[in-house]
Ligand binder design. Sequence first.
Ligand SMILES: NC(=O)c1ccc[n+]([C@@H]2O[C@H](COP(=O)([O-])OP(=O)(O)OC[C@H]3O[C@@H](n4cnc5c(N)ncnc54)[C@H](OP(=O)(O)O)[C@@H]3O)[C@@H](O)[C@H]2O)c1
Length: 346
Amino acid sequence: MIEIGEIIESDVIRKSLIAVTMSTSRQGMGVVKELSKTNKFKIRAITRNTKSLKALELGSLNNVEVVKGDLMDPKSLYKAFKGVDVIFGNTTPTKGWKLFRGSIVRSYELEQGLNLINQVKIAYESGQLNHFIFSSICKAKDPIKNDPAPGHFTSKWDIEEYIKKLDLSKITTVLRPVSYFENFENKLPGYTISKKVFPGIVGKNFKWQTIAVDDIGKWVRGVLSKPEKYKNQSINIAGEELTGLEMAMTLQRIVSSEGFQTNYLMIPRVAIKLLEYDIGVMADWIERSGYGADMNKLKIIQNELNIVPTSLKDWLNEKLEYQNKERSSWSRQWKASQWKLQWDKY
Ligand SMILES: NC(=O)c1ccc[n+]([C@@H]2O[C@H](COP(=O)([O-])OP(=O)(O)OC[C@H]3O[C@@H](n4cnc5c(N)ncnc54)[C@H](OP(=O)(O)O)[C@@H]3O)[C@@H](O)[C@H]2O)c1
């Protein structure tokens, strides 16, 4: 019997080859690492800079080859997609921060998306590609209250429409994640996560669906275990649905034995809009409509696909454990820039 990921070719069994775009992104790293662990696939990790630290880290994993590719350069994608069976596609709206504009540029993401889908079409027509997984963004819980939606959401939904237009839905699974837990690690002075502060962009009583970024990798692995069932499907994915106060309480329960009191701190909307206008629009959107993942339905699919979602509690515990290890480690000076500095601010 052949296993998930294996393909029979001229009586020889080979692992199927998966291209991962933006492999050094938070999502991409999680996807590559999760697929590498299974030992069932060959992974082609695509990045613009094959010599970066993250690219080198990916290149050291089992079954991973790192290949150059830029979503703004169709020729590079054409080369990177040669001979692949599956593509995990992702796009970014982030172009570098500018005063009065922020870093989110809708047209930048749209151009990447159109380049990506055009190349998916070419790879499909060449006969090798049989599955495309597109990572979009969760749709609204209440579609009537959708507008105005953030530009970095509508860009992804427009790319979804382009997938349909090019008649690629039949080979496509759209995964639509909600906000990452990792956003709590923001760099805003006074509003970064610590044992005393749980920061958020919405009012303390709004339900806010969130997910650990690495769980997107688990979803990709899951969908690839039942490709035929999950082609032509779009799934809003989330790990938790908690209010700001409930999230702060989750942390409070972990750190209370050390004598800490955790408070939920909402970042002022006006400050968000000044720094990154589209994130402010997103915060308005979450309070007005909210993400629309169906948490009950997700439990059923997660069971079927062998996905154990990371709870906020486990994620926080893991981060604190990491911080403690880093404290007693020689490498802490260069490695701990994210967590150590943030968690130590009390
Ligand atoms: N933050 C959230 O809560 C959240 C939730 C759901 C969805 N999303 C969406 O998820 C997507 C990825 O976000 P992320 O936070 O995982 O990304 P990220 O960590 O910010 O990484 C961005 C990556 O994009 C790559 N990149 C930039 N321009 C590129 C281009 N022209 N061609 C190819 N690669 C390019 C860069 O890699 P190289 O320099 O190595 O090429 C970089 O590693 C975004 O669209 C975001 O809106 C975010």
